[in-house]
Design a protein around this ligand. Sequence first.
Ligand SMILES: [Zn+2]
Length: 406
Amino acid sequence: MSDIKNKILVLICDGMGDRLTNGYTPLEKAYKPNLDFLASQGVLGIMDPIAPGIKPGSDTSHLAILGYDPYKYYTGRGPFEAIGIGMEVKGGDIAFRCNFATSTPELIIKDRRAGRISEGTSLLTETINNLEIDNIKIMFKESVEHRAALVLRGEGLSPFISDTDPHLEDSSVLEAKPLDNSLESLKTANIINKFTRLSYQLLSKHPVNKVRQQKGENPANIILVRGAGLVPYLPSFEEKYHLQGAFIAEVGLIKGIARLLSMHAPDFTFATGSYDTDMKQMILTSLNLLEKYPIVFVNIKTCDLPSHDRNFEMKVRAIERIDEALAPLKDFKGTLAITADHSSPISVGDHSADPVPLLILGDVRKDKVNSFSERDAAQGGLNRIKGVDLMPIILDLAGYSEKFGA
Ligand SMILES: [Zn+2]
């Protein structure tokens, strides 16, 4: 087993970066003695998860932080939606975002969200999952409410086909059409059109929908697809870095990305309530995993909800709870990076392109910054980097890089 000095821990605090509210960011307002102590021992900077001015999704930013250029590997929301709800996708699959919708027998859409159906979609799913059309395997999985994802697997498929979702009510279901002249696109469009009609046949007579109609609710009797995307062929984390990596994440999307890279990403649950995570347990688990793996990533989602709710006080409290959980890291002897996947300002209530703070500890050129916040980090010795720069920097600090040249 390698020395603790060669161990790397990366903590990604989801949406932690912010702008000013009444003159301060939540990080500046929070009482965070542990983060500030760690800052005093390390080197800081700010990081554009993708690039300056580019508003990152959590998927694209995690790809970048893991060192996978999202402009090369991100192929649209379909594949990542499927990954996020736990479908086992493979490079070369074609994935779609889907809706359960309400259709007439003439395939006119009456309700694109099937009355925002909240129950019974797993039973409906059973009848349309694991189908085969023209030798192509069809996998379907329900998500929350009317949402779902569809994955096609087999030879000769293409992501270049149009949506069947008309995006308007009282409109006909659209025919999927090839968007280029390839046989693959024509074949994929045909399969989707067959699947669409089949979904109506199978779902319209399903007992769940009979009950819905008796109750005066809109039946979920057709599947609309949109956002076709090719599941990318990604080199595994181990192929790329010759290191086995582990990822602790509770969010399906992040866990799914780690699994797509063949990282060790078990179904950890640290939830102690609907929005609470036992972060102390999360940190202890990450330290345990470092006994076995040279590099461990952790996604801490605590700041996400207050950011979307635009609740400044709650975000401050979330940061303080993260800080409490970091106490055991004060004598961590490996390379430690603490950052965020994107900013989520209270003033915006959503992701923004503002760079995030970054702190690295280990055998680093310590700078003069003694506090962990967006504006303090901007004074640090790392200056301003991009998300894809993080892996090379920490791998080098931990002693894994090779000389470029003689
Ligand atoms: Zn995020």
